[in-house]
Design a protein around this ligand. Structure first.
Ligand code: AMP
Ligand code: ZN
Length: 455
């Protein structure tokens, strides 16, 4: 079955033909590790996991190489390390573990390589040297900058012209830039900041060069698919293209795939807006498959509005589906031939997961009548989408654990909140109320008494 994917670069849905079917290559920008990831960050993890599974199915498990990097050097990391008074590598190792646990929770397969930026400084320096040699980059005050006007196609991916960028002040204007849109490849390390020796002094790489270096190392100068969230088209991916194509004189990625935003109350979920829910905080309440299923209900390029209500609805569906599994009279067969063709057809059309799930509902209906073949197809199709990682028994018992409440803890938190309120520390009181809410506990204040109930 042929796959069609929407390519952001050409703004069209195109037939996917890999450069080498025996080695299909995909790179996805991974997290910057300094804290817990939020649910928005899980969207590319889940969606590119589905793409990875699709590629493995078509080309064979050993013929797909999926790389997702870890950005472990960045301003935000330095800031967090200073404010927590924690050594940078301890912080990044700790938060990388959080990310791994989150990715596993949402049922994502491990990528083939997960390179860390700090392990690839030499490769980055190498690309920067080549860019300087070819007059695409220049040194200024210990910085090395990419000269955007040396790359004719600059702006093609995000559909921006240089004039738009400058007029819209999307670029930082500093006196050492030849053009305000020129971007950093290397910058000097301030005192107490991580830094590496380089031909331009002790410094550290810009964010964009990291992905150019790591994708080339593991996937070659040209590869099949580059993915990430829609917010990365400009400047991150635009700059990756400029660096890599100018360095190698070759096309960088053949397909650019971008997921839409996950938003909450109409706004993009992000750390900077403070409107985020961490993946971690959902773990007490929902099994990871609920998060995954809920994400797949929306097509990956569409905006996804995150609500607790839709999670509850997804949970109900999965409860029902798992219950059906529990009624199977004979062991369920497991074979890729049993994956629904109709579902695969939906996925082959630019990863149409909502359509794929509509087919799962049909299969469920057929299976519930006791048709073993339909049940096997239903089971294998769900498994292919990364569902049914538990047995029905595990599912129901873990669910019970998830709603199990610790009354002592609740009372202790209520007491703490009351103390905070009488001391007029309202932010702390609100924080505790939200913490309880995350545990599924609703507080009611009446006549100087606080009572609680479960959501
Ligand atoms: P970051 O750690 O911020 O670099 O983000 C890691 C990945 O999550 C990138 O691919 C981002 O594009 C993606 N991402 C961040 N916020 C959202 C969001 N609200 N919705 C969807 N994807 C997001
Ligand atoms: Zn990247």
């Amino acid at each position: 079955m042929d796959y069609q994917f929407y390519d952001t670069y050409s703004n069209t849905k195109k037939l996917f033909t890999p450069l080498d079917p025996s080695n299909v290559r995909m790179y996805v920008c991974g997290p910057t590790v300094y804290d817990y990831a939020h649910v928005g960050n899980a969207r590319p993890v889940v969606i590119f996991d589905v793409v990875y599974r699709m590629l493995q199915l078509k080309y064979g498990q050993d013929h797909v190489c999926y790389v997702r990097n870890i950005t472990d050097v960045d301003d935000k990391i330095i800031e967090a390390s200073n404010s927590l008074n924690e050594d940078i590598s301890t912080l990044t190792e700790r938060t990388t573990k959080y990310f791994h646990s989150d990715a596993e929770y949402v049922g994502a397969l491990k990528p083939n390589f997960e390179p860390k930026a700090t392990d690839h400084i030499a490769e980055m320096i190498n690309i920067i040297e080549k860019l300087i040699e070819k007059d695409h980059a220049y040194e200024a005050k210990g910085n090395v900058l990419f000269a955007v006007n040396t790359f004719k196609q600059y702006g093609k991916l995000s559909g921006k012209t240089l004039e738009d960028l400058i007029a819209g002040s999307r670029v930082e204007v500093v006196d050492y830039k030849k053009n305000p849109a020129d971007f950093i490849l290397w910058k000097p390390a301030k005192e107490n900041e991580p830094g590496w020796d380089s031909p331009w002094g002790k410094g550290r790489p810009g964010w964009h060069i990291e992905c150019s270096a790591m994708s080339e190392k593991y996937l070659g100068q040209t590869f099949d698919i580059h993915g990430g969230g829609q917010d990365l088209t400009f400047p991150h991916h635009e700059n990756e293209i400029a660096q890599s194509e100018c360095c190698n004189d070759k096309k960088f990625a053949n397909f650019w795939m971008h997921n839409g935003f996950l938003s909450i109350e109409g706004e993009k979920m992000s750390k900077s807006l403070g409107n985020f829910i961490t993946i971690n905080e959902l773990k007490d309440k929902f099994q990871g498959e609920v998060i995954r299923f809920n994400m797949l209900l929306t097509h990956y390029r569409q905006p996804l509005n995150w609500t607790e209500k839709s999670l509850q609805e997804s949970k109900k569906i999965l409860d029902k589906w798992y219950k059906l599994l529990g009624t199977a009279e004979q062991p369920l067969a497991s074979a890729k031939e049993l994956i629904s063709e109709i579902m695969l057809k939906a996925l082959a059309d630019d990863v149409n997961t909502p359509q794929a799930i509509a087919e799962l509902h049909q299969l469920y209906k057929a299976a519930i009548g006791g048709n073993q073949k339909a049940l096997d197809t239903f089971y294998n199709s769900c498994k292919f989408l990364g569902l049914f990682n538990s047995t029905s028994h595990e599912w129901s018992t873990r669910q019970n654990k998830a709603v199990k409440i610790d009354e002592n803890l609740i009372n202790e938190l209520i007491l703490k909140r009351n103390t905070a309120r009488s001391g007029k520390d309202f932010p702390e009181a609100d924080r505790i109320r939200d913490e309880l809410l995350n545990m599924g506990v609703i507080l009611e204040d009446k006549d100087n008494q606080t009572t609680w109930k479960l959501k």
